[in-house]
Design a protein around this ligand. Structure first.
Ligand SMILES: Nc1ncnc2c1ncn2[C@@H]1O[C@H](COP(=O)(O)OP(=O)(O)OP(=O)(O)O)[C@@H](O)[C@H]1O
Ligand SMILES: [Mg+2]
Length: 502
């Protein structure tokens, strides 16, 4: 083999084995084989799994129009078949004259000289390299020699590229698993503090959809024996679709199911890897969902208890005030009637009128406390002013009120009112305070409420049997608000509440 050709072969070999894409290796092989031998046409036939037929046929030197005109690609009959059954180099001066020749299709370019070399990978026939129509004369010994070496290089390169692909696929798979684990950890972290069931469900469907790259995701929760759709993300394809259903199991109890439907990008169907990922995800989602379910049951229970306690308080109030007054009135009037004495009766009527006036006043303020009319009609500021006036009248505590005129959504206004009402009640009951400040400001899409007293203070961390502070938090949660209680024994108390308005 001449020096030039040898040098070329080495170069080509080097560039072939560094190519990591199997398809690119084949393309290079076709080009280089033509260049080295001066063949007009080159082709690679790839054998099918049983090594009986060609399953692929790649060509170089034939333009696309001719390709189309030829029609079906060869399957490996005729001379090509000879190389399949007997994988050894085959060189012919006239391929059409070979006894096995099958004849070319009509539109096929004329081909006479032929050189075929098997491609052997790991000791097994993998395919063949065919060269035809040498520019000048027949293919030579040197052509054959060079093509055999080239085929060896190509075999190594294909093997390399394949190995690389498997490694790459493994790495992708590993990366996906890690991503899955990260999402799962992230979700447990994100959900750790979240006890609002709807938010948990929303997060779970959205994250699982992104994790599996699905068109849609759904959660159905178990209610008795039935499963009820509870949350959805993405657009449901409207047909059955490709789907994975993963059970959400928490402490041996099926909480619900998590389903992903159809791949969003590309048309790769869901595979085992996706299934494993979704199952792992569903398992940690189950914990979050079950926790949130318990929390919402807890919250409901507490809300019921709180309203029960509130009712008891009103009943006591009505009993202690109004009922006592009415009972006293009845005694006064019936005593006077029994006496039959006109002067006494006139006095009793005067007394009764006076007591009725007081009772009406008491009842009115009780009703105002239950639902202050001023709140709906005039807004937070006037309602708080009359609340504070009543408070100052009943206690010896002075209140500095600094409240914005702004109006808010009805539920926000009544939350603010109830908060101040409970804060003042607590101050009267527990604080022994002398001064109180109530401040309400609104800006930047947020309301800030501060109630400050100079009383005894307390440790907010300690559990209490009362409902007041719990009620505050729950009312605030309903309007997405938060509260912070700053207090310690001897240092007075500050309540800071924030409610978004935008
Ligand atoms: N401003 C305050 N100053 C001092 N202690 C307070 C103050 N506010 C609340 N506390 C303490 O916190 C506890 C819890 O208050 P909370 O309003 O939840 O319950 P309560 O007032 O005891 O009962 P309820 O509100 O159900 O009638 C109170 O019992 C009291 O010890
Ligand atoms: Mg209270």
């Amino acid at each position: 083999m001449d020096q030039h050709r040898l040098g070329r072969l080495v170069d080509v070999g080097r560039s072939l084995v560094t190519e990591l894409d199997p398809e690119a290796v084949l393309q290079r092989l076709l080009e280089v084989a033509r260049e080295l031998t001066g063949a007009r046409y080159a082709a690679i036939g790839v054998l099918d799994e049983r090594r009986e037929q060609l399953e692929r046929f790649l060509t170089a030197g034939i333009d696309p129009d001719t390709h189309r005109a030829i029609g079906d690609l060869p399957r490996g009959r005729g001379v090509l078949g000879v190389l399949i059954t007997d994988p050894r180099p085959l060189r012919l001066p006239d391929v059409g004259a070979h006894p096995e020749s099958f004849g070319f299709p009509l539109a096929h370019p004329e081909m006479t000289t032929f050189l075929g070399v098997p491609l052997i990978i790991d000791g097994q026939a993998w395919g063949n390299l065919y060269l035809t129509e040498k520019e000048s004369g027949e293919f030579t010994d040197e052509d054959e020699e060079a093509t055999v070496v080239l085929a060896d290089w190509a075999a190594i390169a294909i093997r390399n590229a394949r190995l690389y692909r498997t490694v790459q696929e493994r790495r992708d798979e590993l990366e996906r698993t890690i991503r899955g684990l990260e999402t799962t950890t992230e979700i447990s972290r994100a959900l750790g503090g979240v006890t609002d069931l709807d938010r948990v469900l929303e997060l779970v469907v959205k994250r699982s959809r992104a994790l599996i790259d699905a068109r849609a995701a759904e959660i159905s929760l178990r209610e008795g024996d039935a499963y009820v759709l509870a949350a959805q993300a993405g657009e449901h394809p409207g047909h059955e679709g490709d789907r994975i259903v993963a059970p959400m199991i928490f402490r041996n109890r099926t909480v619900g199911t998590l389903t992903v439907i159809d791949r969003l990008h590309g048309d790769r169907p869901f595979n085992e890897e996706d299934e494993r990922l979704l199952q792992a995800f569903a398992a940690s989602a189950a914990t979050a969902v079950a926790t949130a379910q318990n929390a919402s049951e807890e919250a409901l229970k507490r809300a019921i208890e709180a309203s029960e306690a509130e009712r008891t308080r009103w009943a006591r109030e009505l009993h202690d005030e109004t009922l006592q007054q009415l009972a006293g009135l009845r005694m006064l009037l019936s005593g006077a009637r029994r006496s039959g004495d006109a002067t006494r009766m006139a006095g009793a009527i005067d007394g009764a009128l006076e007591q009725i006036t007081t009772a009406i006043g008491d009842l009115r303020s009780l009703i105002t406390e239950l639902r202050p009319a001023a709140l709906d009609e005039l807004g937070t500021k006037p309602a708080l002013e009359s609340l504070v006036a009543r408070f100052e009248g009943q206690t010896d505590i002075a209140v500095d009120l600094d409240v914005t005129d702004a109006r808010f959504l009805p539920e926000v206004e009544s939350t603010v009112y109830r908060l101040v009402q409970e804060a003042l009640t607590n101050i009267a009951k527990h604080a022994h305070a002398r001064r109180v400040a109530v401040e309400l400001t609104a800006d930047d899409g947020e309301i800030a409420l501060v109630v400050r007293d100079d009383g005894t203070g307390f440790n907010p961390q300690l559990q209490s049997s009362g409902f007041g502070l719990i009620g505050m938090r729950e009312r605030l949660a309903l309007v997405n608000g938060t509260i912070e209680i700053r207090s310690s024994p001897g240092a007075g108390t500050e309540l800071h509440a924030r409610i978004p308005t935008g």
